[in-house]
Design a protein around this ligand. Sequence first.
Ligand code: PLP
Length: 402
Amino acid sequence: MKKSKFQVNEKGYYGEFGGAWIPEMMYTNIDELKRRYLEIIEADDFKAEFNQLMKDYVGRPSPLYFAKRLSEHYGSKIFLKREDLNHTGSHKLNNTVGQILLAQKLGKTRIIAETGAGQHGVATATVCALKGLKCVVYMGALDVKRQAPNVKKMKMLGAEVVPVHSGNKTLKDATNEAMRDWISNPVDTHYIIGSVVGPHPYPDMVARFQSIISAEIKSQLLEQTGSEFPTRVLACVGGGSNAAGAFSHFLDDEQVELIGVEAAGKGVDTPETAATLTVGSPGILHAAKTILMQNEDGQITEPYSISAGLDYPGIGPLHAHLHKTGRAKYLATTDEEVLKAALLLTQLEGIIPALESAHALAALAKIKMKPDDVNVINLSGSGNKDMETYLEYFGYLELSTE
Ligand SMILES: *Cc1c(COP(=O)(O)O)cnc(C)c1O
């Protein structure tokens, strides 16, 4: 990844956001990572193994698909970056493959992770099976119930799933438990964080692994359109890793418009939302300074979205910075708009998107596009995991885009 002025600085900050606001007991773990991650992931042997696995195991490059009927519908050119076609059905494996290789180079034998919806837990359990490393996944007890199919997958892959009974029994509580585990096991354990969140160097490290997305978009666009620069790139934002990956190689190409799309849930003016940049304010979340959803006492408020993967009360510090500087724009789309956009893509292109990805699709209806604009949507994942939600909403027989 070439050096960008939007990249993290030596102190671990993106402008005023980021850093490593860790308890002293976690210093050893973070310090080791911080000192060694760049040297390890930029070495030729690391890159060779990472690229080999991206190709033969993940199935990269993922296609950049010109969506003809969707383009006709909107009267502008729309390309889909098909991260949904990766092994395990999303962009998440790009990061877990990178981190498992890093963990091995650091001599770690045990992996821990936190998961909310279970997608990151499955991606972590997958690479642990691939490399024969012990895997422990912390998951809120409520989420264990709500996401039973992913829990079964993790167990089949050989991971131990630990239900967390504290707090609201969701993602935040699972993260606290994982951090506690890491503090107690600093020598043999690596903690795989699933997005561009957490203390430095995680946001930068995860963004680097995901940046393969925009590297491919550039060369694929050049081949298909004669220019590597689209008019704009759109991606959904939970913590912000698929968006970071889709934006990375365009950050300094300021003619390319970057649009992140958060989950408005039932609406940004209701308590049931996950649109952090619209309703949030600066604070510390998961050991980083960023924008987060909090009440007047600084307590984290519970986010809501129809999509479990965007149901996060914060946003990665890179995005807080891109928002603040105006380099990227952030919109929010409601559950209702998202379901419509998912059905539209399904019926115009024969692709059922993940609910998360459908947030980016729904934003197409909210922006001004010219006929010759080239719009790239990062289709972060497949809708296989969301069929129950889709069917519940649309009914089994009366599917209609009206
Ligand atoms: C987890 C997930 C997301 C949200 O995570 P980011 O770090 O914001 O990318 C988006 N889409 C899919 C398909 C996911 O599984």
